[in-house]
Ligand binder design. Structure first.
Ligand code: SF4
Length: 372
């Protein structure tokens, strides 16, 4: 398939690995921000091909994983109400809240529906004028534009029974929070190409400068990741810290101006909690005052929810790159994709799920040794 197979070419991958080995003279630790990149790295064993001492730290860029428990519990409370049709992408249905998940609500008679686009949920609202239809709008800068456009359409078309439960988060404030952590070991970043295809790259040079870290925007195929690693270690070896765009086939430096304008119209910045990480100032979006009537949190008045996290789950440390998934005692035993204790085991982009899929038969010692 064009733009996929040629970016998995094993001969070219081997050459990039050779170049990385020829470049590196000392240990380095870099973080891939996005969960999609984590899956590529773990699936193809890219981290195991790197020179000894070069470590990939898996970042928090999995939207399902970082959606705070409080929002999950609000979703559960809204979805359980009579007269509500609760629409979501499928990956949110098994994310555990404090005591149950959306599948449980559905099995108990709640009208929970999987949709493939927020516009599908808007159609459901048009077809069911006597019901309240809520779409669960989570994710990073990538999923925010279609959600913003759907709310814009709802207002324009005068569809009063549609609302959005919003939990959007943004990558640059997360990078800032990671770099400010006293336990931070990250010396460079692979930034997520799809996020930059929307927002552009202009938010990253101040971060690279402030924290002295190279930031290389790259994609999701094996060659994208290897090229991103090569550029990052090249900068680190030379003592440089600039932003490079290694994903020019998708990312313009200015991003997508139409999407950015839509976001600016519908959303406004707000503090957001990240599951397992905590509050990061101005790290998310909520509906702006103009669109507040479409905000499900306001419409359903689900405000003071008391949440209860699993005492076993260490997904917060996984999301901050402080431990690898198999270092959690529940990994692969009481916590599996069929019975997840934390969101990082549920999501197809979660690091725990990636390790379970591709590495659960390896002992931690083997992984630590080969993975640096
Ligand atoms: S393996 Fe399960 S319990 Fe452990 S950190 Fe991952 S999601 Fe949480």
């Amino acid at each position: 398939m064009k733009y996929l197979e040629e970016f998995s070419d094993p001969v070219l991958a081997g050459k990039l690995v050779e170049q990385i080995h020829a470049t590196v003279t000392k240990p380095w630790a870099m973080m891939e921000v996005c969960g999609g990149q984590t899956h590529t790295i773990v699936r193809h064993g890219i981290d195991q091909l790197l020179p000894d001492g070069v470590e990939m730290i898996h970042g928090p860029g999995c939207p399902v994983c970082v959606t705070p428990l409080e929002i999950i519990d609000k979703a559960l409370e809204i979805a359980a109400q009579p007269g509500v049709i609760f629409c979501s992408f499928g990956d949110m249905l098994r994310v555990p809240g404090s005591g149950r998940d959306l599948f449980r609500i559905k099995s108990e008679g709640g009208d929970v529906r999987v949709v493939y686009s927020p516009l599908d949920a808007l159609r459901v609202a048009q077809q069911n004028p006597d019901k309240e239809v809520v779409f669960f709008g989570i994710g990073f800068e990538t999923t925010a534009p279609p959600n913003a456009m759907t709310v814009y359409q709802a207002k324009k078309l005068g569809i009063p029974n549609f609302s959005l439960l919003v939990s959007h988060v943004r990558v640059p404030p997360a990078i800032e929070a990671i770099m400010q952590s006293p336990r931070c070991r990250v010396q460079g970043f692979l930034a997520a190409g799809h996020v930059c295809s929307v927002m552009g790259t202009s938010e990253y040079p101040p971060l690279a400068e402030k924290y002295g870290v190279p930031i290389v925007v790259t994609g999701f195929e094996p060659l994208d990741i290897l090229a991103g690693i090569l550029r990052t270690v090249s900068q680190l070896e030379k003592g440089e810290h600039v932003v490079e765009n290694a994903y020019r086939r998708a990312v313009q430096d200015a991003g997508n101006p139409a999407a950015i304008a839509m976001l600016a119209d519908v959303f406004e910045s707000t503090d957001r909690s990240w599951r397992g990480i905590g509050m990061i100032p101005q790290s998310g979006w909520r509906l702006s005052e103009r669109y507040r009537e479409y905000d499900a949190e306001y419409r359903f008045q689900v405000r003071d929810i008391v949440t209860e996290e699993s005492t076993v789950c260490r997904s917060g440390e996984v999301l901050q790159g402080l431990i690898k998934p198999h270092e959690c005692s529940a990994f692969g035993t009481v916590c599996t994709p069929r019975n997840p204790l934390g969101a990082t085991m549920v999501s197809s982009e979660g690091a725990c799920a990636a390790y379970y899929l591709y590495r659960r038969l390896e002992t931690p010692a083997e992984v630590v040794t080969t993975g640096g």
